[in-house]
Design a protein around this ligand. Structure first.
Ligand code: PLP
Length: 549
């Protein structure tokens, strides 16, 4: 493709994107295909000779689009929003065209400098303590863009681990690092995202998962008691991952209580606010951050709820020197004359190579202004409240979370199976897409407002689908028979595992991704013998049940 062909095809691509996004509402939200659908549609080897642009684009529409889940669809209510906007797409296009790799200041000065400036802008808008901002007077802190919230948690845990080992080594110079490592203990709530568990696996440290209170909030007294017990047993607390806006129900840990506990024991407190943190740009949500002054680090994902395309996970630290001590390696070929005066972001994370991600965030912040972004967040929160009211008015249903932002957790009153069946029916229809979770050990459906321009009509439509399908389920006397037939439908968002695999699996993370229901199939005839939708906390009960049969 030469530059003139690129000019033409690029314009055609913009037209295609506009038509795709404008016509999204006409498509099913989730694809009606089975695993392996694509293999027979494509050749088994890459083409030897160049193919025409029009042939490639024809295949996009005919072969790729039928397998796409449309996250920008007005009736996509699963997970959290996947950030997307025209300024962001254009910013990323430019970043791709520049194609620089900004691992050091010298490798592309604007790439580094814009990142530091934009992170200060966003940090100020969120209301982070000034110690987190790179340009505040006397600051040792600063912000960085990582690829994901999981990376933010990992990098902070690695740094906390390095700090803890360094301190212990001073106290016990003749004890091996490996021995000191075996004493380290990290903490989080049961409601924390599974990425904390993964980070602890990678860091090779123990993780104690604590019970939150009835509002799914981790409290200071619970943490203090756990840490005191562990210290008495010779363990060394070094890291706490708190959450503001949990994945399952958007609950908030109590930082004002947890912070002083961490300070007393000299423990690194990280705040994971992947979704909800974006809303702190609105004054009315800032009180939910109370206690942030105790934090060592904080992350939020503009690529979730601030109209910025993946990947853009912003992270700030109070002390960048503590962060980088765990991550600095400095071969000669990466050194430059300005190291002392500039930031080299390769020391702030796992990868060496980095894209120019600050461009898209800069485009978004400038195109919408903080005002426009606040309007977007407030619209989602208002629409979530509208959905909550519709649920509350219907005596068949109950709301299972304290709706503060764009997420409503709800269920049909009674047995969990009714809600499981309702969700399966909704998702199979392709009219809406939602995912389940567990709140206070009850199966719930998560309804999240996600589309940039979501309207009251979208909310009312979603409710009418939920309400009508609930009526069908509750009025059907042959409930169980129909459930069997629903479950036999294989769906990409339901995981089927054999009973054998289920019984052999000891690791929570190997089976559960935190949101997809698991159906257990019988080994012999691959018929569903048991219509079990289940989640990690229910697994032990199920194992007992299976053993007793
Ligand atoms: N933390 C929280 C609170 C989340 O809700 C999520 C994902 O939804 C994550 C972490 C993981 O995010 P990522 O996919 O950016 O690693």
């Amino acid at each position: 493709m030469d530059i003139e062909e690129f000019r033409k095809n690029g314009k055609d691509m913009i037209d295609y994107i506009c038509e795709y996004l404008a016509g999204l509402g006409e498509r099913r939200v989730t694809p009606a295909i089975e695993p392996g659908y694509l293999r027979p549609l494509l050749p088994s080897t890459a083409p030897l000779k160049p193919e025409s642009w029009s042939d490639i684009m024809a295949d996009v529409e005919e072969k790729i689009m039928p397998g796409v889940t449309h996250w920008q669809h007005p009736r996509f209510h699963a997970y959290f929003p996947s950030g997307n906007s025209f300024p962001s797409i254009l910013g990323d296009m430019l970043s791709d065209a520049i194609g620089c790799i900004g691992f050091s200041w010298a490798a592309s000065p604007a790439c580094t400098e814009l990142e530091t400036i934009v992170l200060d802008w966003l940090g100020q808008a969120i209301g982070l303590p000034k110690e987190f901002l790179a340009f505040s007077e006397g600051s040792k802190g600063g912000g960085v863009i990582q690829g994901s919230a999981s990376e933010c948690v990992l990098v902070c845990m690695l740094s906390a681990r390095a700090q803890a080992i360094k301190k212990l080594k001073q106290q016990h110079p003749f004890v091996e690092e490996g021995v000191l490592l075996s004493k380290l203990m990290a903490y989080c709530s049961k409601e924390a995202h599974s990425c904390v568990e993964k980070a602890a696996m990678i860091c090779f440290v123990k993780l104690r998962i604590l019970e939150p209170d009835n509002n799914c909030s981790l409290r200071g007294a619970t943490l203090r008691q756990a840490m005191e017990e562990d210290v008495a047993m010779g363990q060394i607390p070094f890291f706490v991952s708190t959450t503001l806006g949990t994945t399952s129900c958007c609950s908030f840990d109590n930082l004002s209580e947890i912070g002083p506990v961490c300070s007393d024991l000299d423990v690194w407190m990280h705040v994971d606010s992947a979704y909800a943190g974006n809303a702190f740009i609105c004054e009315e949500f800032k009180p939910l951050m109370r206690g942030i002054e105790h934090a060592s680090s904080f992350n939020t994902n503009p690529n979730k709820w601030l109209l910025t395309n993946f990947d853009c996970s912003t992270m700030w630290v109070r002390d960048r020197f503590k962060l980088t001590q765990a991550l600095v390696v400095d071969p000669l070929y990466l050194q430059h004359n300005y190291s002392a005066q500039s930031i080299d972001y390769r020391h702030w994370g796992v990868p060496l190579s980095r894209r120019f991600r600050a461009l898209k965030l800069w485009f978004v912040l400038r195109s919408y202004g903080i005002d426009g972004l606040q309007r977007y967040i407030r619209n989602h929160c208002k629409l979530a409240k509208r959905f909550e009211q519709l649920v509350l008015k219907d005596s068949r249903f109950e709301v299972a979370n304290d709706v503060k932002m764009g997420l409503v957790c709800f269920r049909l009153k009674g047995e969990d199976k009714l809600t499981q069946e309702l969700l399966a029916k909704i998702n199979i229809s392709g009219q809406l897409h939602m995912i389940p979770s567990l709140v206070n050990s009850r199966y719930i459906i998560r309804f999240c407002v996600t589309a940039e321009h979501a309207t009251e009509n979208d909310i009312d439509f979603a409710w009418s689908v939920v309400s009508d399908m609930a009526a069908e389920i509750l009025s059907d006397p042959n409930n169980r028979q129909r459930r069997q037939s629903l479950l036999k439908r294989r769906l990409s968002f339901v995981r089927s595992v054999s009973r054998d695999v289920f019984q052999r699996s000891n690791s929570r993370s190997s089976l559960y991704d935190g949101c997809s229901p698991v159906i257990i199939l019988d080994e012999n005839d691959m018929e569903i013998k048991e219509d079990v939708f289940t989640f990690a906390p229910m697994k032990e009960e199920l194992n007992e049940e299976i053993k007793s049969k």
